[in-house]
Write a protein that binds this ligand. Structure first.
Ligand code: FAD
Length: 359
């Protein structure tokens, strides 16, 4: 039985919905859940204070909106990343190189969930992300590459909304947290495109991870805890060279089809600039925990774009892949978030729709 109305091939991708659900449930979700708990993947280095380059005249720009849950828990287990300062940035380029402004955050202590961040400030960010950076033209008017940027952002937006709905403060007085299926339906499920874009984004990031398999297999996962680090490496190998994944969905997304025409290089530059703007907008997000996850996930998407389009690309740049530690952490954590969202849609989608039919 089709649990959530979607069937057939995910648009612009190479695998169908049922296969994605099955692979996610059986293989990817359990692996990713274990991976993100390892010491290597649970600490993310981030500049948390907001330094918004847009709207400079706005005195009301706040950085601590939302409920108390919106603040980032900065508790750290200092033993977990012994030696990190020396080995930091072994994989080259980083936009946020000023280490004095960066903080390590334990992601396990800061789940992405409802924070109470809403209203004009949140709306302004999403509006800017869509209208300034990837205009919502009707799909036919968009060439394939521009459409892809829109779909990636929309897919990420769906995933954020699903995490808010899956871990929602239902009753403030008793501090009761749980699923808010109504919100899930009204923000995501009732718009089939938003669900499609979530699956698309998942497959896109999955393709980036598997494309970079040989590089990621060789990468250093050293945190000074040999037992844990060995486990991280082993889990990564299971993810990167998974026989079930290779059999069922060997090419989750085919990047070779893009940037083909004469306009290719120009278009790529344009989209790169747009994505940089989206990334800069994350400095304007007015709630700390939302900023943390916004930055992480946009860096994860940027890393996927870099893997798929800036290495040995059609422009014959012949650059070899080099990733920074933080980029790898962002990429895998993003894949895990998307995987959680897909699982949630698959499991709760039917219930949410039913609930809505009854109201
Ligand atoms: P919004 O989600 O703000 O959407 C605004 C508009 O965008 C919608 O009206 C619709 O036209 C369009 N839209 C919505 N979804 C999609 C989609 N998938 N594809 C295309 N268009 C779409 N809040 C939390 O509680 N916890 C968080 O962790 C959190 N993280 C955030 C991270 C970022 C980067 C940002 C910008 C906001 C975050 N927020 C978070 C706020 C949250 O995303 C919403 O903005 C807020 O809950 C208000 O929701 P809304 O119903 O007004 O619609």
């Amino acid at each position: 039985q089709d649990k959530h109305r979607y069937s057939g091939i995910v648009e612009d991708c190479c695998c169908d919905y049922e296969t994605v659900d099955h692979l996610n449930e059986e293989v990817l979700h359990p692996l990713l859940q274990d991976l993100v708990k390892t010491p290597f993947f649970r600490y993310f280095k981030v500049k948390l204070w907001c330094n918004c380059p847009f709207w400079p005249d706005d005195d009301d720009l706040k950085c601590q909106e939302g409920k108390p849950q919106a603040a980032v828990d900065r508790t750290l287990d200092s033993k977990a990343f012994r030696g990190w300062t020396e080995t930091d940035n072994p994989w080259t380029y980083d936009d946020e190189t000023d280490n004095s402004e960066m903080t390590y955050v334990n992601l396990q202590l800061n789940p992405e969930r409802y924070t109470g961040y809403t209203g004009p400030s949140a709306r302004r960010i999403w509006d800017a992300v869509y209208s300034e950076n990837c205009p919502k033209y009707p799909a036919e008017e968009l060439c394939q590459e521009e459409k892809i940027l829109y779909k990636l952002i929309s897919g990420l937006h769906s995933s954020i909304s699903i995490h808010i709905a899956s871990d929602y403060l239902l009753d403030e007085a008793t501090n009761l947290w749980g699923h808010n299926l109504d919100l899930m339906y009204n923000r995501v499920l009732r718009y089939p495109n938003r669900v499609q874009n979530l699956y698309f984004t998942f497959l896109f990031v999955l393709r980036a991870v598997t494309k970079a398999a040989d590089y990621l297999e060789q990468a250093e996962y050293d945190t000074g805890n040999p037992t844990e680090d060995l486990k991280t490496h082993s889990l990564m190998r299971q993810l990167l060279y998974n026989p079930k994944l290779q059999a069922a969905c060997p090419l989750p997304f085919d990047e070779a089809k893009l940037w083909k025409g004469q306009r290719g290089p120009e278009l790529k530059q344009k989209i790169q600039a747009q994505f940089k703007n989206i990334s800069a907008l994350m400095d304007c997000v007015g709630c700390e925990k939302c900023r943390l996850w916004g930055k992480l996930q946009v860096l994860g998407l940027g890393t996927a774009l870099k893997i798929l389009f800036s290495v040995n690309g059609e422009d014959h740049s012949h650059q070899t892949l080099e990733l920074q530690r933080n980029e790898v952490i962002a990429l895998i954590n993003l894949l895990n978030r998307l995987s959680e969202s897909i699982k949630f849609v698959h499991e709760m989608g039917a219930a949410a729709e039913k609930l809505n039919e009854g109201t």
